[in-house]
Structure formats: structure tokens, C-alpha cells
Design a protein around this ligand. Structure first.
Ligand code: AMP
Ligand code: MG
Length: 395
């Protein structure tokens, strides 16, 4: 199954199972959360016309080339008097324009005479150096649409409207299961044939960054009875996310348990790393089974499970930004799967980590993102390739 098709299917299923419950949070709690209702402007921004410069405010028609008396001084935060006809006002950036003034001359273009009157050295036009009331938005204008993820910029915009609370979609509850008899948690001694569980850390930390409430369901041994039990104990969650145990041909206990008490689709994705992916339900709870190799888990979570989860929260733009950069490497052998190579952009060219084995997580710490090589294609230095920065998907 091509990657686009798998993503399309996942997004269809996400659209059919939206998480709709909302909560109200203060702005300092809302970072990374998803806006639940569209926001319209509750104020004009700016609320009144103000000066964009330190300088002098005047009515253009009053200026005939002769010096003007400075009749008031207006600093940011002060309420001005109406401008006396035939005079100008000393004004500073962000200070309200006095009624009657229609432009501001920056102080660099003004000469102050000995008697404190001023001369303007430049030809002005009405509106010069003025930020008019409502230039950014007017009361009632759409500001942010439901489904927007709140980052520092969105939160700042909401604050600029004077709002201290925001309505967001509740956190999704995601259970993380690591499968494999060979897995041991860090901090424990390593026995023969064992490895440390790294996927759990990757997935739990990543989900937390995405604003999920993580239910850490620990390590699941490769055993059907234990798998059935663990799934049944899971409680109220919106998604069960497992890693490992979905390699085609191997005893797939998660798959068996899902078939018994739910439904299962096993997809052979045309993606490398990460061919097998499970999507199913256990008693109506969606389950995504990611392949266990650390680089496969990373790529399939970032490109498939993450967009699925965000879409369940109502986020529309779930695809990461990709940038086209010239390749700084050769990829002479075409593959039949789309490859996501761990790489970085160096001096304007995409370069890749020498060891692209799906078991090597170090490749991804060296890298700043994923370099896409399309199925059936080769790459020669200088060819354009797509680069997906990790910063686009790791949040
Ligand atoms: P599997 O998908 O279970 O066949 O696992 C594929 C490879 O990924 C095997 O080498 C596993 O040992 C490894 N693996 C599976 N789960 C984890 C995990 N949670 N942390 C680190 N490696 C894992
Ligand atoms: Mg396994």
C-alpha cells in the first residue's frame, strides 16, 4: 500500500471518530493544545490609531511649509487631547494619535528651532507612519479557526485580544504498549538476548509533546494470553499504540487478539523503514501497531500515527511541511518502497547518515529530518529531494 493511500485511510478513520469533548484553559496551560471553537475578534486591533514612529503628529492640511508650534507631548499609555489646529504634537511609538492629526513625521526628518517650533524636511502624505485603528483586525473578524494548534504565536494573538482563557479539545488518552520478550526497561540489568526498551521512551515523550495524556501500558511479552489480558485491562483510552510484533510471518499476538475481539487490517506499506503496520479496533478502541525497529517506529509514528491522532482532534493541516533541496548524496539503486532516510541539510544540500538500518536510532539523532526518496527512483547529487525537518513532526 502506498504511503499516501495508508494516510488517506487513516485520516478517513480519524474523521469518523473525532474527539469532541472540550475544556476551558487559561492561556498559560494551553500551549500545544487544539482550539475547539473558532475565535472572532472581540476588539479592533489596534484599538485606536497610533504612531508607528517617534516623531511629530500633525494634520497635513495645517502644514504650509512654515514652522509649527508643538502643543502637546504624547507618550505610549497616555490619552491625548484633540490636536489644536495649526499645531503639531510630539508623539512616541505606540502612543494614540490625537483627534485631528492624520500623519506622523519621524523625528529624524524634523528640525527643532531655537524657539521649540519644528520644521518638517520631507513631503508627507496622509496616513504616513500611522497604524490606523482596526488595521490588523476589526471586531467580529475571524482570527483563528477551530482545529488550530496553539503555539506561542497563536497564544500571543489571543492575548492581544485581551482573552485570558481559551476553549480547547480535551487531551486524547493514548495507551503505549511495547511488545517483545527481549525488552527490558532502562535501569534494569540486561540479561542474555535482551535489549533496552527505547520505543516506549520515544513514543511516550513524543505523545506528551503533542498534548496527549499518556497511559504507559508497559512491556507486553510475546504471549497471546497476556496480550488478551493487557488489552482487556486498558480502560478508557482513545487510542492504543503498540510497537513491535507486527512483522509479517511472525506470531502476531496483538493481531490475533484484535481479530478475536474487534477487527484488524494488516497493511504492507510501501515505506522504508517500516513495512508492516496494523490498524484495528479492540472492543471499539482504535489500535495502531507500529513496527518495532526504532527507526521504523519513528518514521511510521511521525508520518502516519501522528497525523491520524491530530486529525482526531480536529486539526486539518496534519501533513508536515516539506522543503525541496538538492541532494548531496547518490542513491543509485531504486527501491520498491518509499524511503525516508535520516539526514540533514548541510550547506544547502541534503546529506544522509551512512548507516540507514532501521534498527539504528543514532542515525536519527545525527539527523535533522527525513530525506524522501520516491519508489522506483534513483538520486544523483544535485537532484531535488524532499526534506521533512524533525521540527515539523516532533511536536
Ligand atoms: P518486531 O517488530 O517485534 O519484530 O521487532 C523488530 C525489531 O525491533 C527487533 O529487533 C526488536 O528487538 C526491536 N524492538 C521491538 N520493540 C522494541 C522497543 N520497544 N525498543 C527497542 N527495540 C525494539
Ligand atoms: Mg517483537
Amino acid at each position: 500500500m502506498p504511503v499516501e493511500r495508508a494516510l488517506e485511510r487513516l485520516l478517513e478513520m480519524a474523521d469518523a471518530a473525532p474527539i469532541t469533548e472540550q475544556e476551558t484553559l487559561s492561556l498559560d496551560q494551553a500551549m500545544g493544545r487544539v482550539l475547539a471553537v473558532s475565535l472572532a475578534a472581540t476588539l479592533d486591533l489596534p484599538p485606536w490609531s497610533n504612531s508607528a514612529m517617534d516623531g511629530y503628529a500633525l494634520r497635513l492640511a495645517d502644514w504650509q511649509g512654515t514652522p509649527l508650534v508643538v502643543s502637546q507631548r504624547i507618550q505610549a499609555g497616555q490619552a491625548p487631547e484633540p490636536l489644536q489646529p495649526g499645531t503639531c504634537a510630539r508623539i512616541f511609538t505606540g502612543a494614540p494619535l490625537p483627534a485631528g492629526a492624520d500623519c506622523v513625521e519621524m523625528q529624524e526628518n524634523v528640525d527643532v528651532l531655537d524657539d521649540q517650533r519644528v520644521i518638517f524636511r520631507e513631503v508627507l502624505q496622509r496616513g504616513d507612519n500611522v497604524r490606523p485603528q482596526g488595521q490588523e483586525m476589526r471586531v467580529g473578524d475571524p482570527v483563528l479557526a477551530a482545529g488550530v494548534r496553539l503555539g506561542p504565536i497563536e497564544l500571543g494573538l489571543i492575548a492581544s485580544l485581551g482573552l485570558d482563557r481559551v476553549r480547547v479539545v480535551r487531551r486524547p488518552r493514548v495507551a503505549v504498549l511495547s511488545t517483545g520478550d527481549e525488552l527490558v526497561e532502562p535501569g534494569q540489568p540486561l540479561g542474555p538476548g535482551q535489549i533496552y526498551n527505547s520505543n516506549r521512551r520515544v513514543l511516550c515523550s513524543w505523545l506528551e509533546r503533542m498534548g496527549c495524556a499518556v497511559v504507559d501500558a508497559g512491556i507486553l511479552p510475546d504471549d497471546l494470553e497476556r496480550t488478551r489480558e493487557r488489552l482487556a485491562e486498558m480502560g478508557e483510552v482513545d487510542l492504543i499504540l503498540s510497537s513491535g510484533g507486527v512483522s509479517v510471518g511472525e506470531a502476531d499476538f496483538l493481531g490475533i487478539a484484535l481479530r478475536e475481539e474487534g477487527e484488524l487490517a494488516l497493511w504492507k506499506l510501501a515505506i522504508k523503514p517500516g513495512k508492516p503496520l496494523t490498524f484495528g479496533h479492540f472492543r471499539r478502541v482504535p489500535v495502531i501497531g507500529l513496527p518495532g525497529n526504532p527507526a521504523s517506529t519513528l518514521v511510521t509514528f511521525g508520518l502516519l500515527a501522528r497525523p491520524y491522532l491530530l486529525r482526531r482532534l480536529g486539526v486539518q493541516t496534519v501533513q508536515p511541511l516539506q522543503v525541496s533541496v538538492p541532494a548531496g548524496f547518490d542513491w543509485p539503486r531504486p527501491g520498491n518502497r518509499r524511503e525516508y532516510l535520516r539526514g540533514r541539510v548541510q550547506e544547502g544540500r541534503a546529506v544522509i547518515y551512512p548507516n540507514q538500518s532501521s534498527g539504528v536510532l543514532l542515525s536519527a539523532t545525527w539527523a535533522d529530518g527525513l530525506v524522501e526518496v520516491l519508489e522506483g527512483r534513483t538520486v544523483t547529487q544535485g537532484d531535488a529531494v524532499n526534506f521533512i525537518p524533525f521540527s515539523e513532526i516532533l511536536q
